[in-house]
Structures are given as C-alpha cells and as structure tokens.
Design a protein around this ligand. Structure first.
Ligand code: PLP
Length: 383
C-alpha cells in the first residue's frame, strides 16, 4: 500500500498484522509437517493447530473442542446450513433476517428453490433494527434453524442474537450466528448468546485470507460438505493450512486483548461522523441510532451516486466501499438498504467507512478533508 493511502475498508478485509506474519513464517520455512504426522515436524504443526483452536475458542466463548477450522466465513455459513439440510431434518422451515450476507441469503434461496426447505425472512426497521415480533411469529414448530447475523456488514448494526436464540430454542429450533463482522470488534460469548453455531472469518481481524472457524456446539451433528481424511471432527476433511491457522490463533488472541481499548476506534468513527454531520446537511447516517460496531460508519451522500464518491476518494488515496453501483445502465441500491426501506436518494448514495484498530486520528482528519473535496466537486444526480 502506498504510504499515504488511507484504508477505511476494513469490513471488506484487513491488513495482516505484523505479529501474525511473524507467527506464520516458521510454519512455512521450518515446521512444515502435516499436522497429523507422528514425527517431530508433524507434532510441532499439530501443537500450532491446537494452540490456534484454544485462542479462537477464547475469542468466541466456547470450548476448543467445539471449534472447526474452515477456509472463510462463506464456508462456515455453508457448512452449518447445508450440513443441517443434508442431515434431512424432519422439520422444513428455516427463518433468517432480511439483512443477511449473501453467503447465508443466496444459499438459503437456492436451497428453497430446490424445494428442500421453506424459508421465512424477518424484516428490519428503517435503521436496520430487527423486528423481533415478526421473528417470534415466523419461528414455529416447523422450524429447525434460525440463522441471524451478529453484526451487519454494511451498517455495523448489532442484532439481538440472544433474544433470537431464545425464540429459536423455545420452538425447538437451532440458532446459527454469523459473527464474521462482530469477531474482535465486540466481545462474543457463544454460550451467553445461546448460539448453537457461530461463524467467524480470519481476514476480518488481521489474520490472513483463506482461514476461518465454525463453532459447533458439542453433541450437534452436521453432514460435511465433502469427505476425505476426516480432519476437524470429520466435518472438514483436507490437510490443515498450518501457517494460516497459526496466524489465525495469534490474530484471535491479539483481537481479544485489543477489545479493552476498542473505545479508541469508536471515538475515531464518531469523530468522522461528527465532522461530516457538521459539514453538510446533505449527509445522513444509516444504522446510527442502533447499537452498532464501533468501527463502522454508513454515510449517505444525498444526490450523489455512492460509486462516484468511492472513485473520487480513491483518487485522493482513501479506500472505502459502496454497495450501490451502476450495472449496465441501471442503478440498484443494496439489498440491505432496500430492506431498511431507505429512500432512493439515501440508498443510492450510501458509502461505508470501516476503521480498524490501526486507524489513526490523522488518517480520519485527512479522510474527512478528502470527502469534503470529493463531494463538493461532483455533479448531483437527479432521481
Ligand atoms: N458474513 C458476513 C456478515 C460478512 O460480512 C462476510 C464477508 O464480508 C461473510 C459472511 C463472508 O466471509 P468470507 O469473505 O470470509 O467468506
């Protein structure tokens, strides 16, 4: 990354921490054995995998024996959902929310289209808050799974997973929490949440891309997505990526310890929002009235197209992201903005700024300057 680049797209992915790279390197160069081999190099690799499992368990509040390593959040979500559906439950209904990530929603829609489940979707309100009454009505004696994210990726809004878990369990259903955005941004206690499955993904908290984990509550059964050597409790066959897992473990440990100081990140996000709020009446915030992640600001630039803002900021060296984009002449707001029923001028101009614990005050101040320059020079769109 050029030195003067300001990276505010941490909900998309993060920079791998230097300590994580340092922890991974010996497992490429020296301790490269297969974690299931009996010899010294294998035992060394095995110890690294088990250390990582313990760190991940501590991050999300479960037992190490409940942690299954995966390649990413998408896989953890798929292993839970497909794994339960393929076990041919007697019940047919799955309930989810209108703001889930496509790795949950697109999968559920595909399984529904194949006639394997009946899907019910609980709506959210205008600032992304889950309609718990609707959820209560939808979860019934036909339901075997409720899948709900802990934190929303576009807005950072935190969903009431513990309440939903109670609703699910009262109806005899299981609860899956997609905690990909929440991990290492808020404390997670899978037991206190009442979650039966919890998905996380390393690259969202300074571990490398291509590694994640799924908590499977002890005693619960899933059908694996594929078969082979029986690694990871038989749920995820394939030789473990030991360097990546060593990195994941260190990232989980660092992320957990850094939570105590997460207020610093929240203060920087609030600083960004305050400057923008004061600078223009044409700017509003999405999800900001709700409990939300301290690192996320979803900002609507009314009358501007979000991808125009993102490109202008990119030219100024600031990396942010937009959901709404122009595809073959048609501009569509994101499914999340649609679910929140945002008016078109807010939905089409919604830009996500997502900070990390490495973001500095100087970067936020420079980013604000770049935003104000970018929006002042742009042609308004007419809707
Ligand atoms: N779930 C949520 C809420 C996400 O934000 C993402 C990625 O952005 C995923 C799942 C998928 O994670 P991965 O990119 O590791 O597959």
């Amino acid at each position: 990354m050029p030195l003067d680049t300001i990276y505010l797209d941490n909900n998309a992915t993060t920079r791998v921490a230097d300590e994580v790279i340092a922890a991974m390197t010996p497992y490429y160069r020296e301790h490269y054995g297969n974690a299931h081999a009996i010899h010294a190099l294998g035992r060394r690799a095995h110890d690294a995998v088990e250390d990582a499992r313990a760190s991940v368990a501590k991050l999300i509040g479960c037992d190490p024996g409940e942690v299954v390593f995966t390649s990413c959040g998408t896989e953890g979500n798929a292993l839970t959902i497909r794994g339960l559906v393929d076990a041919k439950p007697q019940r047919r209904r799955v309930v989810t929310t209108a703001v889930e990530h496509p790795s949950v929603m697109a999968l559920l829609r595909a399984i529904e289209a194949a006639g394997e489940i009946e899907l019910a979707v609980a709506p959210v309100g205008s600032d992304g808050e889950l309609d718990l009454d609707a959820m209560r009505d939808l979860v019934d004696a036909r339901t075997f799974l409720v899948s709900v994210m802990l934190a929303q990726n576009e807005t950072g809004v935190i969903l009431p997973v513990a309440d939903v878990a109670k609703i699910a369990h009262d109806a005899g259903a299981l609860l899956h929490a997609d905690a990909v955005q929440a991990a290492a941004k808020i404390p997670i206690d899978a037991r206190a949440l009442g979650a039966d499955f919890v998905t996380i993904s390393g690259h969202k908290f300074h571990a490398p891309k291509g590694v994640g984990a799924l908590m499977v509550r002890r005693g619960l059964k899933l059908t694996p997505l594929w078969y082979g050597g029986g690694q990871e409790l038989g749920l995820r066959s394939g030789t473990e990526p030991v360097p990546s897992l060593a990195g994941l473990g260190v990232a989980a440990e660092m992320g957990r310890r850094a939570l105590a100081d997460y207020g610093r990140v929240t203060a920087l996000r609030d600083r960004l929002e305050t400057f923008l709020r004061d600078a223009s009446p044409d700017i509003s915030f999405n999800g900001a009235t709700q409990p939300r992640l301290g690192n996320t600001a979803n900002v609507s630039f009314h009358g501007l197209m979000a991808d125009t803002v993102v490109r202008a900021l990119d030219e100024a060296g600031v990396c942010v992201s937009a959901g709404a984009a122009c595809h073959s002449g048609r501009v569509e707001p994101t499914a999340v903005m649609k679910a929140m029923n945002k008016p078109p001028e807010a939905a089409l101009g919604a830009v996500r700024f997502s900070l990390s614990r490495y973001t500095t005050e100087a970067e936020i101040d420079r980013a604000v300057g770049a935003v104000l320059d970018a929006v002042s020079g742009k042609a308004r769109i007419s809707l």
